[in-house]
Design a protein around this ligand. Structure first.
Ligand SMILES: Cc1ncc(COP(=O)(O)O)c(C=O)c1O
Length: 453
């Protein structure tokens, strides 16, 4: 999978309209600026198109599935059609199921609940905690951080070769790192998994908003992603893929919607027949608007065209990387090296600066929203920084003196709605802060840096 070759600059498009694009925020130094939202990896703004679709549907919103009224039937149709749209967006196989969840975290926890009892799980220590932690009850092997994509494949192959070849196994891997933005060799990892009789789930939380993702092309067994990172922040996520383990397991949640028939047993208990469709794991009243919003985002991205979306984002990636390369105090974090293909997610440290202090100054003095910390990927950030991420620095004083290791990092991330001006302002602000220092005083409040007044 290569993003750099996906499109040329000739096809660069304008940003897709998103909500909040005209919002202004106050600066501590006086005046207001347009807010530069550069924290897409956490949550991306809603696409205007998604908002408009949701607003157009909202008056027709009704109860789904058993409702007899017109609006209930309409809402049921929209909900089930949203499943089909997502299946198409993800290039699903005909027998795959699309389950609507709350988020990627929810999707991976659902999968962890349905894997066979004797399943062995293989996961790299570099994963986001949502991929790293749900398997704690399973027989899980944590794989060391690789330093190249090829090494990742070799590490997985070795681990799989050593496993009990008879039992079921599952590999969980990210498509794009939420820390470095680097792409993982998903197709090759899937081939290795399958060659050893294992299945693979792709955590596409950071890949799907930036790059076309196909179950079929990548030959993965499941894909998980979140609506709020895909410009559809209405509380829904997706787990899509093979139906058999989903159908064989007890429902994730027990309740209405998941059950087809419930009767009293002679012994006084209750007998339940569970659905075998996706509804089995969607007990309770579903988030129809959330699912509809995800489907709308899938359509909007497809219609905008991935070639031009990718080209535009790569142009922004280059602007940031080239701009930061001119500031010797900045170190961009990378597992796979400078040439690794990546999406619009970059983390870095600034020599002599506490990351929280730096992020606070970007916000308060430049109206730029980035993120600082460990990004729910503590083992990976520990590896990249070579330091213990449990310790937090005080923002008054630099956490790391020149030449010392930083304790946490700053992450800038962007996507389809980001105008050039936002990343240009960011690069200029980094340069200015490093050269001149902060113009304001900051203090630590509940572990975070905030302007002193
Ligand atoms: C790679 C990755 N996986 C999983 C998640 C979890 O997503 P959510 O918080 O939407 O469940 C994130 C969130 O940042 C992520 O970056």
């Amino acid at each position: 999978m290569s993003v750099s070759s996906a499109a040329s600059d000739q096809t660069v498009c304008t940003p897709l309209p998103v909500l909040g694009r005209d919002v202004t925020v106050p600066l501590v130094t006086g005046g207001e600026v347009t807010y530069a939202a550069l924290d897409y990896a956490a949550s991306a703004p809603a696409l205007q198109r998604v908002w408009d679709d949701v607003a157009a549907y909202a008056p027709y919103y009704g109860s789904v599935h058993r409702g007899a009224g017109y609006l209930s039937q309409l809402s049921t149709d929209l909900f089930e059609n949203a499943r089909n749209t997502v299946a198409e967006f993800l290039g699903c196989r005909p027998a795959d199921q699309v389950v609507f969840t709350r988020s990627t975290t929810d999707s991976l926890n659902l999968l962890a609940r349905v894997i066979p009892a004797d399943c062995q799980v293989f996961v790299f220590e570099t994963e986001h905690h949502a991929s790293l932690l749900p398997w704690q009850d399973a027989r899980v092997t944590y794989l060391d951080a690789p330093s190249t994509p090829q090494q990742a494949v070799r590490t997985l192959e070795r681990a799989l070769a050593d496993r009990d070849p008879h039992g079921p196994a599952l590999v969980c891997v990210t498509g794009a790192s939420n820390v470095t933005g680097e792409l993982w060799p998903v197709r090759e990892l899937a081939a290795a998994a399958h060659a050893h009789g294992a299945r693979i789930v792709l955590d596409a939380a950071q890949l799907a908003p930036h790059h076309p993702v196909s179950v079929t092309d990548l030959d993965v067994d499941w894909i998980a992603f979140s609506g709020h990172k895909l410009y559809a922040p209405f509380g829904s996520g997706v787990l899509a893929g093979r139906a058999d383990w989903l159908q064989a397991a007890e429902p994730y949640l027990a309740g209405g919607g998941a059950s087809r028939k419930v009767t009293r047993r002679e012994d006084g208990g209750v007998a339940v027949e569970w659905h075998e469709t996706a509804a089995r794991h969607e007990a309770g009243s579903p988030n129809v608007i959330g699912a509809y919003a995800i489907a709308s985002a899938c359509k909007a991205l497809t219609e905008a065209g991935w070639d031009s979306l990718v080209a535009r984002e790569q142009h922004l990636v280059r602007t940031v990387r080239e701009g930061l390369a001119e500031v010797p105090e900045v170190r961009i974090l990378s597992l796979f090296g400078d040439d690794a293909p990546r999406v619009g997610v970059l983390s870095f440290v600034v020599e002599g600066w506490n990351s929280s202090h730096f992020a606070a100054a970007l916000s308060a003095e430049y109206g730029i929203g980035v993120r600082d910390g460990l990004f729910c990927a503590h083992p990976l950030v520990r590896t990249l920084l070579g330091s213990d991420p449990q310790s937090q620095g005080e923002c008054g004083a630099p956490e790391a003196a020149p030449g010392e290791k930083s304790l946490n990092a700053i992450r800038v991330s962007f996507g389809a709605g980001t105008p050039d001006e936002h990343v240009e302002r960011f690069v200029a602000a980094v340069r200015e802060l490093v050269r001149d220092g902060a113009k304001w005083r900051y203090r630590t409040e509940e572990g975070r840096c905030v302007p002193a007044v």
